[in-house]
Design a protein around this ligand. Structure first.
Ligand code: BGC
Length: 251
């Protein structure tokens, strides 16, 4: 498949790798997405095989975007908190370009969600400073000012006043692992968002990740000055944002 109004996005995660063609005008999937479990170990070679398999299933020819759950600087991986350490310093963008002979943008997963939510989702009507966070296995973040992304913010690695690294204390996975009540988990999130609010004075917080489906269980428990809303694109934002960024860069 190839098209001028369609792009393609791939979202590499710690548990699944997902891809779909994206209708860029609609900001939505153009076909059912494909999901394949992240291989164990999640080394570059193993993950690349899955990425190529997803592109092949759609016979995609054209520019595409690909997310990664860590720091991405000029297409090179700078951290790998929830995937194999062999990713450190791996030039993912260059390798994907060589293996597919297509133009590609590699972007941090939460940054891709941020771009999608800012252009097509919960922040589409907010023209100021937007902080998007994804609550999942880890905590991802994106900071956008008037639509301009400041990449690799990594707020999930902020240390809170109790000395805990936020994602080890307040990720959605921690709620499950420690069997926390929604209220107990919300208290942890409160420290995180209140801290971000004080430092950045944002106009809007957007909360993504699978748990955003249950936003009514925990967002109303937070006490913030800043509006805080669930992501509109749910778990599709990474794929959609990656496809948008590729289209922006290459068309
Ligand atoms: C990583 C971030 C990523 C987030 C969500 C964190 O552990 O450091 O880069 O965005 O997990 O996957």
């Amino acid at each position: 498949m190839t098209s001028t109004t369609h792009g393609f996005g791939i979202d590499i995660g710690g548990s699944g790798i997902k891809g779909a063609p994206v209708d860029l005008a609609e900001g939505a999937f153009a076909d059912d997405r494909v999901r394949i479990d992240t291989p164990e170990p999640s080394t570059p070679d193993n993950v690349l095989d899955v990425v190529l398999e997803i592109l092949a299933r759609f016979e995609w020819r054209g520019a595409f975007g690909c997310t990664f759950p860590g720091i991405v600087r000029n297409g090179v991986i700078g951290s790998a908190a929830n995937v194999d350490d062999a990713w450190l310093d791996f030039p993912l963008e260059k390798v994907l370009r060589e293996r597919t002979s297509q133009q590609v943008v590699v972007v941090n997963d939460a940054d891709a969600v941020g771009v999608a939510e800012d252009q097509r989702g919960a922040a589409a009507d907010v023209d100021g400073l937007v902080i998007v966070t994804t609550l999942g296995t880890g905590i991802g973040s994106a900071l956008l000012h008037h639509g301009q992304l400041l990449p690799n913010t990594e707020f999930g690695h902020l240390y809170l006043a109790n000395g805990q690294e936020t994602e080890h204390w307040a990720a959605a996975s921690v709620r499950k692992d420690e069997d926390l009540s929604w209220a107990a988990w919300a208290q942890r999130l409160q420290d995180f968002y209140a801290h971000l609010e004080f430092i950045f004075s944002p106009d809007l917080f957007v909360v993504g990740g699978g748990v955003s489906k249950k936003a009514d269980r925990f967002l109303p428990l937070l006490d913030l000055q800043t509006p805080i809303v669930p992501a509109v694109l749910r778990n599709d934002g990474g794929i959609i944002g990656a496809a948008m960024l590729a289209a922006e860069r290459f068309t």
